[in-house]
Design a protein around this ligand. Structure first.
Ligand code: ADP
Ligand code: MG
Length: 685
């Protein structure tokens, strides 16, 4: 068995199980080994039935007197076993599990391990695991991995599959040069891999994780260093006229630009007229007005007879940019071709779009990653902008830039990373920060509430809608999902339709909808044909509907702070007062400290810093930031120190052996090939 062997070569994996794993993106032995736990649990000591604690997992050891009974409720076969302490009765319940009768037998002694709840003064343990006292004792030795699940894949299945894979796989050759490993106190690869899944204790777990975090940063930064264009390639081959055109456009905007926007626009104009190609990161908190900076740069290109492209992370966002650009050109009386290119175009639309790209030198091009598919040819592409780029990763950005002759590059990000980290993550890009929000903007008013506040919230929303405003409600789930608690979009919207009067239209939006349906809903919301949009986090990035004034987030405790901040950024975009209602749905009376941070501040930088303070080192069990930079484990904030070390080591390595030609680096190079995949060809090796 090898790392690239298909899953079915692992003991116990049949076709059906393999398909279930495939559905979660796990195809090979290597994939499952890198499918890291999202959390770990310490199994508690065994306690008496009378001592079980509500709301958490307990283990009891019982000699069973009577085999469990099986009840059938609406075709659902449920196994039930009542066990008694001196004062308390505990009811063990297994749904859809009549087979428990052949596992738990009268006279046998078992450990039952599961979550305890209390309903109507009756104690329940739902779906407890059943095992021997010895087996439980074994479990208590290490930390137990908890994986993210999908349909047809249970914890037990993943644990067994990973354990079997680890047993059969030949040891991986250590690829990190010995001196780097030693200098940075990194554990050996094979140790790290098995301890990520089945750590002996907390320390091995932390050490294992640190090794992978280091590797992630190391390869990311190494790839970046190796894709850096050579000095000549960075030559600016485009010629731009003076800036009077862009200046005249600025005067026609319906608002006054902020000082920070003015400064950034001036820098961009100067960059595009300098000897070298622009490579600029534009960082600005949500709502700081990055889009107009991008659009003015694009129009600057069109006026000079060049194409420009802006790439958005989602279809919805690309379409929104497209509409805005069309409107802007219309308002300004410009007739440059504006083209949309996304994955959801029909074949005919796509052909037409590509024809424009091939023939129209002044085209304003807007799209998603479809922009850098092989068959797309540009004519004089002078500027490539990626919006909310942390969703893309530097590698893809580089790939796009290879399509033309070294275009100017602009990257826009709302991720508030400190300058020192930005320098590492964005290579040698120049950085502009838009550190000002439009003056007339009122800060969003926040509150953290529990579910008993819902009625009041709905009344409040109705009032806002009456005066013409709109509302977002975010739910963590798409539909009712087994094993996951929390509000879901489908049921929630249905419920709301029963609560709000008919005149108020309620729409839904989530990632599983077809692109076309999604776009229709977004369009309807933009045109105020929908007043309440119940959505998953698909609206998190970039969506701009200034007329929306209320953002309510259900189960807010389930989201990362960065993500919540992004979501909140969907309101407070117009002149009206906006509100963000953070609904704590876990039933806990205690105020959530993380949510309190959001409650206190609307400043992305402040939030990121406070969030970090709350998460101590080794706290990788907490909620991770939103998908920044697509790192599997690494967290840009929390692991900043590891990132600096990785960056330093890449520097040393590049100095010693810039082409990785040394025989001692052969394994490293091989690993890099796997890491870079298709982009390996783009590396200067
Ligand atoms: P982000 O930086 O989050 O991408 P946008 O570019 O989408 O923000 O801008 C948010 C909203 O603010 C948009 O509706 C935009 O038209 C508006 N806007 C941008 N700049 C200004 C400004 N200087 N004054 C007033 N409104 C502005
Ligand atoms: Mg934006």
């Amino acid at each position: 068995m090898r790392l690239d062997s298909p899953l079915r070569e692992i003991k116990g994996i049949g076709t059906k199980t393999e398909q279930a794993f495939n559905a979660m993106g796990v195809y090979t032995v290597g994939d499952i080994l890198l499918y890291f736990p999202r959390d770990y649990e310490h199994c508690p000591e065994i306690c008496e039935i009378d001592e079980v604690k509500e709301g958490r997992k307990n283990a009891i050891c019982v000699t069973v007197i009577k085999t469990p009974s099986v009840n059938t409720h609406s075709r659902l076969k449920t196994a039930v076993l009542d066990v008694r302490g001196d004062v308390r009765k505990l009811r063990l319940i297994w749904f859809r599990a009549p087979f428990i009768r052949s596992v738990v037998k009268a006279g046998g002694t078992y450990v039952f391990y599961g979550r305890v709840s209390v309903k109507n003064e009756q104690y329940y343990m739902e779906q407890p695991e059943v095992m021997s006292a010895d087996a439980y004792d074994e479990l208590r030795h290490g930390l137990r991995p908890i994986y993210s699940l999908t349909k047809g894949v249970s914890q037990k299945l993943i644990r067994k599959t990973v354990a079997n894979a680890l047993e059969d796989i030949p040891l991986e050759m250590e690829y990190l040069p010995e001196d780097i490993r030693v200098r940075n106190h990194l554990s050996e690869y094979n140790f790290a891999l098995s301890n990520m899944h089945f750590p002996e204790d907390e320390l091995s777990c932390i050490t294992a994780r640190e090794r992978f975090v280091f590797d992630e940063f190391f390869f990311f930064i190494l790839c970046m260093q190796l894709t850096k264009d050579s000095a000549e390639a960075l030559e600016n081959t485009f010629s731009f006229g003076d800036t009077s055109f862009a200046e005249s456009l600025k005067k026609q905007l319906p608002y006054k630009l902020t000082g920070a926007q003015e400064r950034t626009i001036a820098r961009v104009q100067a960059d595009m007229r300098s000897e070298k190609v622009m490579q600029r990161l534009i960082q600005g908190d949500v709502g700081s007005g990055k889009t107009v900076v991008a659009f003015l740069a694009m129009l600057d290109c069109a006026h000079s007879g060049y194409q420009s492209a802006i790439m958005a992370p989602t279809d919805v966002l690309a379409r929104q940019h497209y509409q805005k650009m069309v409107k802007m050109c219309y308002d300004f009386g410009l007739d440059y071709p504006v083209v949309l290119l996304t994955g959801s175009l029909t074949a005919k639309e796509r052909r037409e779009a590509c024809a424009v790209l091939e023939n129209e030198p002044s085209a304003l091009i807007i799209g998603t990653h479809a922009l850098f598919q092989d068959k797309v040819n540009y004519k004089g592409l002078a500027l490539v902008i990626t919006d909310e780029q942390h969703r893309f990763g530097v590698k893809q950005r580089e790939a796009l830039s290879f399509k033309g002759a070294a275009p100017h590059i602009m990257v826009m990000s709302a991720t508030p990373i400190p300058r020192t980290l930005a320098i590492i993550l964005y290579g040698d890009m120049d950085i502009s920060v838009i550190d000002e929000v439009p003056a007339k903007r009122l800060p969003v008013k926040n509150c953290v509430v529990d579910t008993s506040y819902r009625k009041t919230a709905y009344r409040f929303m109705e009032k806002e809608i009456k005066v013409g405003h709109q509302v977002y409600i975010i739910c963590p789930l798409v539909e009712e999902t087994e094993g996951s608690e929390g509000e879901n979009v489908s049921d929630y919207a249905e419920r709301l339709r029963g609560i709000f009067p008919d005149g108020i239209k309620i729409g839904t939006l989530h990632g599983r909808m077809k692109a076309e349906a999604k776009n229709q809903v977004m369009e309807d919301f933009l045109e105020n044909k929908i007043q309440i949009l119940v959505s998953t986090t698909v609206v998190e990035v970039g969506v701009d509907v200034p007329n929306a004034t209320v953002m309510m987030i259900e189960n807010a405790e389930r989201f990362g702070l960065a993500q919540l901040h992004q979501l909140r950024g969907r309101v407070g975009r117009g002149d009206a007062q906006s509100y963000c209602i953070l609904m704590q749905g876990d039933g806990s009376k205690e105020k959530n400290r993380r949510l309190e941070i959001l409650n206190q501040s609307n400043d992305g930088f402040f939030i990121a810093e406070e969030d970090l303070k709350l998460r101590g080192p080794g706290d990788f069990f907490g909620i991770r930031q939103s998908g920044d930079f697509r790192f599997r484990l690494a967290d840009v904030y929390q692991d900043a120190e590891v990132m600096s070390r990785a960056s330093y080591e890449v520097g040393v390595l590049m100095q010693d052996d810039p082409a990785l030609a040394d025989a001692a680096h052969a394994v490293l190079r091989e690993r890099l090939r796997q890491y870079a995949g298709d982009e390996y060809a783009l590396l200067n090796l």
